[in-house]
Design a protein around this ligand. Sequence first.
Ligand code: ATP
Ligand code: MG
Length: 392
Amino acid sequence: MTQYRVLVIGPRRGLIDALRERGIAFSVWQEKPLFTVAASQLNVVAPLWHSPERIREQIRASFADQRFTHVIAGTEAAVVAASVSRRQLGARVSSTLTGTRCRDKLLMKEHLAGFGIPMTRFLADRPDLDPATVFATLGTPVVRKFRKSSGGKGLQLLYSVDQFVPGRHGSSILERYIDAPEASIESFIDRGRIRFTNITAYHRKGHCNFVPAAFDSTLERTLLALNERCIGALGISWGMTHLEVYLTSRGPLFGEIALRPPGGYIMNALQHAWDFNPWQAFLAMELGESFTFPERAVAYAAVEVLHPGAGTVRTVHGKGQVLDEQGVQEFRIKVKPGDVIDERTGLGQDAGYVVHASATPEARNALHERIAQALRIELVPQAPDASPSRKA
Ligand SMILES: Nc1ncnc2c1ncn2[C@@H]1O[C@H](COP(=O)(O)OP(=O)(O)OP(=O)(O)O)[C@@H](O)[C@H]1O
Ligand SMILES: [Mg+2]
């Protein structure tokens, strides 16, 4: 059997647990000292640089003479660092171009547009753009977001020409705004083939995901075909992807694809919906191993992500009701009275979550409604001009 030696860049809890369960030796490269490793392994705390040159420098400084069989990216910011490291550290190599296209929304969209993938109109942000032309081309509001981002951080909606102030133009993409529900497709890919897919409905963006979605079979087929075309066009030969789509009345539009496991507790929901360990499956894909995926879902799962907005917590209502619900599989509240919650600048910030599972889509809807009604984080009322001074 192969003696694996793994480097995890941008570790995530589920992946670390999966490696430990299998007794696979691993080192980590993380931005903050969140995870520990065995004494014989390296624990590097350093930024996940954007540029290949800085990444290579960091690898030379931190992993001189080290050899790994596999390098795994757990987070969005780690995707390019992982593809660059693979070459340098003698690990299973992936296409750096694919990694870069999956990390940079502009390069991704330019590439996929060339394959005829339907998407909203977009422009590269540049300092010499004429604002009036931008609005004439993209309509109002104009969406401006960072080319390399995740969790919706730094996204702006511009409603007028005078809001179009020079910004970090080179690092942004401009898009036509789409007013439509969203969904995502999670894929597990091994040796160039998609081995398993799941469709997630963003029932309430940022707050409630349904896993799997209960769309009609025609829409599901359309989404899976779009997913397959994108993965093929990007030449993704292994790993896990999370592709986001907008469900417009004229058909689905590609949003973006991420070459890493999804956030938003979708991994937790996959486990309850399909009855397998998606982190073990992800690890197997990364190691080039086969994995036995389930053929059908065993439940209709959902995630409720809690964030009441910025403020000081007064009370958390409804915990008992949630615990009394048969369908609740996971439940965690991360705040208590007196805690200060920051404004939500990225979807990664939350004050707690619930994962539940039901036998039918109707029962899931009903359970979602009951939990949404009962579970509420009440904030201390604020005087109009007051803002919390302490950050939690
Ligand atoms: N052109 C657009 N029209 C309408 N909404 C948009 C547009 N672009 C982004 N959004 C909204 O902002 C969210 C985040 O945008 P996007 O997925 O491009 O960035 P991200 O930082 O990768 O976010 P995440 O990691 O949450 O997926 C989208 O899911 C969508 O709700
Ligand atoms: Mg996104």
